[in-house]
Design a protein around this ligand. Sequence first.
Ligand code: TTP
Ligand code: MG
Length: 368
Amino acid sequence: MQARIVMLVDLDYFFAQCEERRKPAIRGKPVVVCVYSGRTEDSGAVSTANYVARKYGVKSGIPISLAKKKLKGVDAVFLPVDKEFYREVSDRIMEILRSHADSFEQVGIDEAYLDVTQRTKGNHQEAEKLAETIKDDVLDQQKLTCSIGVGPNKLVAKIAADIQKPDGLTLVRPEEVQIFLSYLPVRRLVGVGRKTEKKLDTLDVRTVGQLGRFDVQRLIDVFGRKLGTYFHNAAFGIDDEPVQERSEPESVSRISTLKEDTRDLEVILNEAYRLCDEVYSRLLQRELIYRSVSIHIVASDLSVHSRSKTFDNPTSDLETFKNTVKELLEKFLGESDVEARRVGVKLSNLTKKEDLQKQITNFFGYSK
Ligand code: TTP
Ligand code: MG
C-alpha cells in the first residue's frame, strides 16, 4: 500500500475571527465570543477568544465574568455567538477545502481532514505546496487564516496542526513521526482526556515516548484491550483510519440578508438565483441529486416563512431549481403581505447520483 498523505485543516480562533472579518474595527483588540445564558448580564461561558485575548488568559470554556476580570481596564470586545453566520462562513470554506482533496471528512464546524495522496503523488514537497495553496485560497476567498498539519495519517496530521497556531503549517514526514511524537505530552493524542492523563501519570507515563515504551500488556490491563492497543499504536503514530466523507447531508441550503427589506419579486429573485447557483455547485461537488426545493423568508418582523415543492422523481437540473424557486416566491408574495428581510433556498431529499444510475440499470436489467 502506498504511504498516505493526510492533512488536518483547523481554522484559527474561528468564531472570533469571523467576527473580526465582518467588523474590521475590532481587529487588534481582545475579542471574546460568548454564550450568554441570560440569567444575569455576565452569566454564561466563553465560546472562544482571539489570540490577543488569549494573552490575558481568556479561553474557551471559562465563565464570562472571569474573562471580564482578566480583561479589566482593557479595551476588549465581548460579543454573543452567531452560529448561523459562522455556519455560512464554514460552509464556504469547507467547499474550498473539499475541492483540494481526494477524499474529504469534515469533523467539526472549523476542522476537516483531507486525503491528498493521489493528487500529490505521495510526494511531501508537493503536499507542502498544496497546503500553502489551500491557506492562500482560504485567505483570498474568505479572508480567514487557518493552521494545517500534514502527516502520514489522521492521528499525526491532527497533532501537527496544533503545533503551530495561528496561521501555521507543520509537515511531519513518515521518518520523522517517532521523534516528533516522543517528546509531546500524552494529552496531545486524540482520545487522551484529563482522566486518562491522570491515570497515565500514576504509571509515570507523561510523554508519548514513555507511552510507547510502556508494556502493552500492562496498558491493556489498565485500559482494556481496545483502548490499551489504541494507545500503544498511537504512541508510534500508527493509525489506519481512512479519511471518509460523513454520511450524506439531509439538505443543502444558503440564506442571505437582502440589502433592504422589500416585497419586490425582481430584487428578491436576483439574490435567490445567486444563492441557487451556490447551492447547485455544492450539489454537483457532492454528486447529489434532489427531489425537493424550498424557499425561506425571514420577514422584517423576524417571522420565518417557508414554502416547498417535492417532485416525484429526483433531478439534478439547475433550471428546474430556479424555476421552482421563482414559482414558490411568487406564490408566497401573493399569499402574504410581509416584507422580506432575508431570503434562503434549499434542496432536500438528496440522493447520490450513482444510486440513481444503479436503480435505472437494475430496473432495465442490464449492467455495463
Ligand atoms: P477550536 O478549533 O477548538 O478553537 P478555535 O478555532 O476558536 O481556536 P484555535 O485557533 O485554537 O483553533 O474550536 C472551533 C470553534 O468551536 C471555536 O471558534 C468556538 C467553538 N467552541 C466552543 O464554542 N466551545 C469550546 O469549548 C470550544 C473548544 C470551541
Ligand atoms: Mg480552530
